[in-house]
Design a protein around this ligand. Structure first.
Ligand code: MF3
Ligand code: CO
Ligand code: CO
Length: 247
């Protein structure tokens, strides 16, 4: 969506804050012995008590309230019986609907003891997100954003997972434009003031493509390597973009 007035801005800010606080609520419970289903229940109770609903459920009939993906799973993991273990790399991806607005954010939580690879990937994901974010401003090209993300990933010695992208968001979960994590020559989009996008680098050590799971949802690295994911919903401005899902 493009935010055009104060009501829309306030609506998206309220929605973004709810997404952030839902993730903050889940995060301390990412511990060995907790199931991903239990984490999802926590999120559902918290979000519903604030009047929010699951956007993936509304839009796609997704089987969980949130998406939780572990280790080689990249995104769209279905919460369930799986129990978190020491050393796991856990991606919490929360997209809510509140008052007709939608926002999307994801974090990667490293359960101790984190491997050197997991630490390197996670640092790279946050840095790549920051550099991409710095390129988000009105008048600039979308390919500048993706270019900054991929350059940063490469400089950190890791790889962007090609084929999975960010997206416009606001009234629906996935809206145009696509937000690739590389300088995609096919995406000829210039950013304009008020445009809301989800910027979400997904990184791994060696990108051999993406496997779709037997459950019809979970996307995993074809290499079997660890994946990380960092996502916020942001609004384009003339200066630095506004992070709507900031903690
Ligand atoms: N949060 C996911 C994203 O970052 C979307 C999940 S919708 C699903 O785009 F139904 F596909 F899980
Ligand atoms: Co998401
Ligand atoms: Co998203």
């Amino acid at each position: 969506m493009t935010i055009r007035n104060d009501d829309e801005l306030q609506g998206m800010q309220a929605e973004g804050r709810l997404v952030a606080s839902t993730i903050a609520h889940m995060r301390p419970h990412v511990q060995p012995g907790t199931s991903t289903g239990a984490l999802d229940d926590l999120a559902e109770r918290f979000a519903r008590s604030h009047g929010a609903r699951s956007a993936p459920q509304l839009a796609y009939n997704f089987p969980g309230f949130t998406c939780i993906s572990v280790n080689e799973e990249i995104v769209h993991g279905i919460p369930g019986e799986r129990v978190i273990r020491a050393g796991d790399v856990v991606k919490l991806d929360v997209t809510l609907e509140f008052d007709g607005f939608m926002a999307d954010s994801a974090v990667t939580v490293l359960v101790p003891p984190a491997t050197a690879v997991a630490q390197r990937l996670n640092r790279a994901a946050r840095l790549a997100w920051q550099r991409g974010f710095a390129a988000v401003r009105s008048g600039r090209r979308m390919s500048d954003v993706g270019g900054a993300v991929e350059r940063t990933a490469r400089a950190e010695g890791v790889a962007v997972i090609r084929g999975l992208t960010g997206h416009g968001i606001g009234r629906r979960i996935h809206e145009p434009p696509e937000v690739p994590n590389w300088a995609d020559p096919d995406v000829r989009v210039t950013l304009h003031e008020g445009l809301v996008i989800a910027l979400e680098p997904m990184l791994t050590m060696r990108d051999d493509g993406v496997d779709e799971g037997d459950d019809g949802w979970t996307l995993s690295t074809a290499s079997g390597g660890i994946a990380v994911h960092h996502e916020h919903t942001v609004m384009v401005r003339r200066g630095e973009a506004l992070v709507l899902t900031a903690a």
